[in-house]
Design a protein around this ligand. Structure first.
Ligand SMILES: NC(=O)c1ccc[n+]([C@@H]2O[C@H](COP(=O)([O-])OP(=O)(O)OC[C@H]3O[C@@H](n4cnc5c(N)ncnc54)[C@H](O)[C@@H]3O)[C@@H](O)[C@H]2O)c1
Length: 384
């Protein structure tokens, strides 16, 4: 298996001491069970060569693997793109369409980090190319692999919550995200588009409802005072409809990226589902692991996202968690596709395929339009 990664940032390689990087760690872990000939990471900055070689050496040592990773400076085109078995696109949100298109037009299977694209038009364009080229494409919506969310899905399917009235989401991150970590592209995105979309997709994944209309407002204060143009917080009210029964539910999202840098975790995330038979509360930050130290302060640790754990022989670490599962699932699916054991069409509806991610894309685009018009309701007329 030959794998291309476009982008060499935090999520790929854990640049600037932000950790070990989920994507490269997940691929190295996968190489313990599935032959991966090589991984090529490409990004425009030549300086990333050292970041990539240090990250791969660190990860291989931790996991006891020998994953071959090389770096290439990204020019206007990618040499031999069609020779890769799959590509993972991990660049800032506004570039997803440009690089997704490049990958799909070369008939290469594509995993895109979220959000698929900021607009429905771009997402539909990618889906059309995917169909034309007969390849498989999915979005790395790892929350679909979180056991807490899978339990919620099962409970909804078993009708233990009854008819759902509303879902309320609170999701925020430390102020270091827009001011330091993603400073270069924070003004081109916003907290709801870049992060809130995870739970927009969850509403669709859990219920199968389609978004119908949306109103969004935001606040501008803290970031503006620091010279950053953009919303501190985005608040979204949305109505969804069951395409089979016509029943409706409301989903409310409160998102911000101005939490104090002293917050006990990078992401604070909780949601509640209220139905006619009961309610389900999911605290996805406080997973029961709290660490206090003289040097690091107090940390709420989520060991279930993507973490290194001692392996069964205590010789090396294994990389696991729902972040890892989402990436390894894609690699395994591509291996199954190449072996003819499954078809891209058979995966539709079972995975976060591009087509399956159109409802979340439509809602985020409509929320952005509403945000620019003081919260005016925006209708989403899609038949997904
Ligand atoms: N960090 C996370 O936990 C996380 C998780 C899931 C998804 N994502 C998504 O991944 C994407 C990137 O996130 P990140 O954390 O790696 O960001 P990052 O800012 O650390 O890295 C972005 C990468 O894109 C490259 N890049 C910038 N401009 C480019 C251009 N014009 N052409 C090609 N490459 C370019 C940069 O060189 C860098 O390697 C975003 O869409 C984000 O929403 C991030």
């Amino acid at each position: 298996m030959k794998i291309l990664i476009i982008g060499a940032g935090m999520y790929v390689s854990g640049r600037n001491g932000t950790g070990n990087g989920t994507i490269l760690s997940a691929l190295a872990q996968t190489s313990k069970h599935l032959p991966i000939e090589e991984v090529c990471i490409t990004s425009p900055s030549a300086g990333n060569a050292i970041v990539v070689s240090e990250a791969s050496a660190r990860i291989n040592k931790l996991l006891g693997t020998e994953l071959m990773v090389r770096f290439e400076v990204l020019e206007s085109s990618i040499p031999n793109l069609a020779s890769y078995d799959l590509a993972i696109v991990c660049v800032p949100d506004h570039l997803h369409h440009q690089y997704g298109k490049m990958v799909l037009e070369s008939a290469v299977h594509c995993l895109m980090v979220k959000p698929l694209t900021p607009t429905l038009r771009e997402a539909m364009d990618l889906e059309a190319i995917r169909q034309q080229k007969q390849v498989y494409a999915a979005v790395e919506f790892h929350k679909r692999f979180d056991e807490g969310n899978l339990l919620a899905k099962r409970m909804i399917q078993e009708e233990r919550l009854g008819q759902i009235s509303y879902i309320a989401v609170d999701y925020s991150q430390r102020i270091t995200i827009p001011t330091e970590i993603f400073r270069q592209w924070a003004e081109k995105s916003n907290i709801f588009q870049y992060l809130g979309i995870h739970y927009v997709d969850q509403v669709y994944f859990l219920t199968g409802y389609w978004p119908k209309r949306v109103s969004a407002i935001g606040t501008k204060n803290t970031l503006k005072s620091m010279g950053i143009e953009g919303f501190d917080s985005v608040h979204v009210m949305s109505e969804w409809v069951n395409p089979k029964t016509g029943q409706e539910l409301v989903a409310v999202f409160n998102t911000n990226w101005i939490d104090p840098r002293t917050s006990t975790s990078m992401s604070d995330q909780k949601y509640r589902i209220v139905g006619s038979k009961g309610r389900l509360d999911l605290d996805q930050k406080n997973r029961g692991v709290e660490f206090s130290s003289h040097h690091e302060g107090v940390l709420s640790i989520n060991p279930y996202f993507s973490e290194y754990m001692p392996d069964a022989d205590n010789q090396h670490y294994d990389f696991g968690g729902y972040g890892h599962k989402s990436i390894v699932q894609f690699v395994q699916d591509v291996a199954a596709l190449k072996a003819g054991r499954v078809s891209a069409n058979a995966l539709a509806g079972l995975r976060p395929t591009f087509k399956d991610c159109l409802p979340a894309t439509a809602l985020v685009e409509a929320a952005n339009l509403s945000l620019s018009k003081n919260g005016n309701w925006h209708q989403i007329g899609g038949n997904f």
